[in-house]
Design a protein around this ligand. Sequence first.
Ligand code: ADE
Length: 251
Amino acid sequence: MRIDVITLFPDFIAQSAGIGVVGRSQERELLTVKAWNPRDYATGNYRRVDERPFGGGPGMLMLNEPLTACLEAIRGDSEIPAKLIYLSPQGQPLTQAKAKELASAERLILMCGRYEGVDERFIERNVDEEISIGDYVLSGGELAAAVIIDAVGRLQDGALGHADSAAQDSFEDGLLDCPHYTRSEAWGTEGVPPVLLSGDHAAIAKWRRQQSLGRTWLRRPELLAGRPLNKADAALLVEFQAEHLKKVKKP
Ligand code: ADE
């Protein structure tokens, strides 16, 4: 997969995409991340990339011409078609399902806004999708782009060491992840749920499923709301809820 990023801070994108799982994916050529700076496509002595908005008011917008020239250069650099995604708080929220959908594309272009944002006409003409990483305002799209690159990069085939470790992630099944415990010698086994020491793989799988369901119910009940549970899951959750109530009722 290839991800092109339009950003006034290309070093940030190169560095954040150069570490950990995503960095390794790039080394293994499962993923290529390339940052493009609109300033390189700006004209004039000052290479301006910002402009005042019509209607006045505080703040500047990104200038259309360097953005357009930068996008043309990106499109011309490869024949692989790519959606242009603009990172903004006005976008659709990023979810694991969305990350999976994006991860299946051969190529994406991410555009990071700075200042007060981008001319609406540029968005209408060029942008295929707007995505937000949450209901808060960042000072630019770079952190959001780094989040998407990470979420999408780790889903590339062969990116994760353990073949099924993506399948066990939080949200993979619409549920939160279960708790995990290290085999730390210094910490021993105290506080570790006994079932994890039992060697009984079926019992362990059942406990993990129950913890996932229970944690989702406790911490993010809205994730369970429109989601019918099968009989086995419903029984596990009822048992978790009963245990939980016993614990909280204890004086
Ligand atoms: N740019 C500024 N805030 C953002 C957000 N919450 N998500 C994506 N891009 C942004």
